[in-house]
Structures are given as C-alpha cells and as structure tokens.
Write a protein that binds this ligand. Structure first.
Ligand code: B4P
Length: 195
C-alpha cells in the first residue's frame, strides 16, 4: 500500500493534481474538501454546520474530518494506496492519521508540498469562484482568511512530517502538466527507486 499526502495552501492545485495522480498510480483519492461539499450538497446536519465555517474561511473541527477519513479508510480495505488531499490540515489531524495508518501497517511514504505565491493563490481562487458556485471562492477577504488559517494551523503539519524526512517541496507554478511531471518524478523515486 502506497500512501501519500498532497499538501499546500488553498488554491495551490491539490485537487487538480490529485485527479491526475490517482489515475496514473491507481490510488484512492481522499479529499476532505470534497467529502464536506458532498455533505453540504446533501444538506446533512454535518454539512449545514460545515458550511457556516467554510463560508468564513475557517477549518471544520478536527473530530469531524478525522471521523470522515477513518470511515473512508475502512470502506476501502483492499486499496492499492490512498492520496490524501487537503488532509491533514492540523497537527491533531496528522497525529490521528498516523495512528490510523499504523493499524494498517502502511505509513505515509511522502508528503509532496506545492509551493505557490499568495498573489497567485488569490488570483486562481477568484477565477474559480466565477464559475464554481463555491461561496468560499468569491470573496477576496474570505480567501485571505483561508490563507491566514493555513499559515496558522496547517503549515505546522509539514513540520510534523519533516521530522521523519518525508517532506518534498515541489514548485506549484507553471502548467498543470509541468507540475504533474515534477510530482510523478518524486513518486516514481519512491515506488520504483527510479525517476
Ligand atoms: P479544499 O477543498 O481542500 O480546497 P482548496 O484548498 O480550496 O483547493 P486546492 O488546493 O485543492 O486547489 P485546486 O486544485 O482546486 O478546502 C475547502 C475548505 O474545506 C477549507 O477552507 C476548509 O474550510 C474545509 N476543509 C477541507 N479539509 C479540511 C480539513 N482537513 N480540516 C478542516 N477543514 C477542512 O485549484 C484551485 C484553482 O486553481 C482551480 O480553479 C484550478 O483550476 C486552478 N489551478 C490549479 N492548478 C493551476 C495551475 N498550475 N495554473 C493555474 N491555475 C491552476
């Protein structure tokens, strides 16, 4: 089982790259953002609560997303591996994930961290907001709040994995294919021992 985390600030391209990586490496895509948006779409109690926080650019409580990930892992016992997209986003989520994967004897192999400037992030998200219907993408101040939340609570997650030498920074600006190729190079090194 090959497990990896695609990491980076809001709008860095995690979702975009994940879609391509899961096809190439036959991994199961676990995006907490997508799982939460599906709860919102289905108007569940969890979705209604999550929407209030997401609309302010804030994170959803750890216990909610940890429970979602735990049940998603249980539903795919024979998976070839998981690509975690947008999770873990806090140190508590990282610790919980390590414990869940310990039970499967399949720790995180690598954290690939997309590096993108703040101006580019805001530009991308406002552009997506024009067509996505995502309420957290249409307002400049909500986007900035998400980036502040990222620096405060999410950036320390990389320190957690740096301790075990698992973090690789990848340039997240350029064409989608250029970035995809750079990510594949890092994955191939770990899967096949080649580039
Ligand atoms: P997420 O759904 O995780 O999404 P994101 O951070 O907004 O974006 P992502 O990095 O995936 O960017 P994308 O590829 O789409 O989070 C949304 C919210 O959910 C959070 O704010 C939080 O409230 C909540 N949440 C989620 N997970 C949580 C957790 N674990 N704990 C607590 N709360 C949680 O790309 C963005 C745009 O850029 C797209 O329009 C794309 O087309 C464009 N783009 C991508 N690559 C590009 C490139 N190379 N060049 C130009 N444009 C590019």
């Amino acid at each position: 089982m090959f497990n990896l985390i695609l990491f980076g600030p809001p709008g860095s391209g995690k979702g975009t790259q994940s879609e391509k990586l899961v096809v190439k490496y036959n991994l199961h895509h676990l995006s907490t953002g997508d799982l939460l948006r599906s709860e919102i779409y289905n108007k569940t109690a969890l979705g209604l609560e999550a929407q209030k926080l997401m609309d302010k650019g804030q994170l959803v409580p750890d216990e909610v997303v940890i429970a979602m990930i735990s049940s998603a892992l249980d539903s795919h016992p024979n998976s070839n591996g998981f690509l975690f997209d947008g999770f873990p986003r806090t140190s508590a989520q990282a610790e919980a994930l390590d414990k869940l994967l310990e039970l499967k004897n399949a720790p995180i192999a690598v954290m690939l961290a997309l590096d993108v400037s703040e101006e580019e992030l805001v530009k991308r998200l406002l552009k997506r907001g024009e067509t996505s219907g995502r309420s957290d993408d249409t307002n400049d101040s909500v986007i900035r709040a998400r980036i502040i939340e990222y620096h405060k609570k999410t950036a320390p997650v990389a320190d957690h994995y740096k301790k075990s030498g698992k973090v690789v920074m990848v340039k997240g600006e350029g064409s989608v294919n250029e970035i995809f190729n750079a990510l594949c190079k890092e994955i191939d090194k770990r899967i096949h021992g080649t580039e």
